[in-house]
Ligand binder design. Structure first.
Ligand code: CUA
Length: 333
């Protein structure tokens, strides 16, 4: 196919625009900006690797360009001088890579030890359990259990103990540091201190089945007092519903919901998210949708239609019953 000259120039520009359009620095899931010392130590190592690699690339390509130009074949030129073996050259290209590896290895090992160390004293402990396809967060010292939204205090060290009840997942909040696998039968640990309040999005980073891509979560980092207020509210029993919400509670209590979900004082299921304070959550179905009456009703009627492969089946509630249950659940602030 013949491309007209104007288009020939426009094509690379369009390609570069498309590629660069995907680049951004300060995005919700940026790995180039970090709000923890854990993330920043990884970033500084990454920066060092980039500069060392850039220097090596520059040296190699400038050398290559010089060789290509200097020793290129000229018409009628003589056969170049033939060389066999060069002790100095061979020593240098053995020692130089060894030095490069050393320059990279020392800080790498330091960062590995720093990010794998024991949790500091006074760290807030949270058990993170990765389920197909949602996250459970248990605060043993506070007696609080929640899902998909992890509240953490700013400025206090946090130690996450990662466990997997079903398959391998990977816990990853890009702006808080590197990912770490959640492996059944094993407890992995992640320690960091958040130094900036904010909402940090995360995502399961290990393929774990149908809705792996829909296994999102959010860390909500708040100042100490606000965290204490949040924990006190979460610890309190679920509020008693009134009117429409009371009907919803009755429907919930006689449905299959109770086999899987816990609402303290109402049901005690252990294989699905704890709903005691469900109404306080911003999102639904592991960060998939805003948590409002419409979305929640649609979800309750037929979860796998909203989220492919969802383990929660349609439990046979009609739209009116589902709406009543949704009203009840949203009243659980
Ligand atoms: Cu869990 Cu992917």
């Amino acid at each position: 196919m013949r491309i007209p000259p104007l288009h020939r120039r426009a094509l690379p520009i369009a390609a570069i625009t498309a590629v660069l359009g995907g680049c951004a620095w300060d995005t919700p899931m940026s790995t180039a900006v970090s709000s923890t010392e854990f993330g920043r130590s990884i970033l500084s190592l990454y920066g060092l690797l980039v500069w060392v690699s850039a220097a090596i690339i520059a040296i190699v390509f400038i050398g290559l360009a010089w060789v290509l130009l200097h020793f290129r074949e000229r018409p009628g030129g003589p056969l170049p001088r033939q060389i066999r073996g060069h002790t100095l050259l061979e020593l240098s290209w053995t020692i130089a890579p060894a030095l490069v590896l050393l320059i990279i290895a020392i800080p790498t090992i330091q960062v590995i030890f720093r990010t794998q160390g024991a949790a500091p004293r006074g760290a807030l402990e949270v058990t993170v359990r990765g389920w197909q396809w949602w996250w459970e967060f248990r605060y043993p010292s506070l007696g609080v259990v929640t899902a998909n939204e992890l509240y953490l205090p700013v400025g206090q060290p946090v130690v996450l103990r990662l466990e997997g009840p079903d398959v391998i997942h990977s816990f990853w909040i890009p702006r808080l540091g590197g990912k770490r696998d959640v492996v059944p039968g094993r407890i992995n640990q992640l320690t960091f201190t958040i130094d900036q309040a904010g909402e940090y999005w995360g995502q399961c980073a290990e393929f774990c089945g149908t809705s792996h891509a829909n296994m999102r979560m959010q860390v909500i980092a708040v100042p100490r007092q606000e965290f204490d207020r949040w924990a006190a509210r979460q610890k309190a029993p679920a509020p008693e519903p009134a009117e429409a919400a009371a009907d919803g509670k009755a429907i919930y209590a006689r449905s299959a919901c109770v086999g899987c979900h816990t609402i303290r004082g109402v049901s005690a299921g252990a294989i699905a998210p704890d709903l005691t304070h469900f109404g306080s959550r911003k999102t639904l179905a592991a960060g998939l949708l805003p948590n409002d009456l419409e979305n929640l009703t649609t979800w309750i009627v037929d979860p796998p239609r909203v989220k492919p492969g969802a383990k929660m089946p349609a439990v046979g509630l009609n739209a009116a019953e589902a709406r009543a249950v949704a009203t009840y659940l949203l009243s659980l602030k």
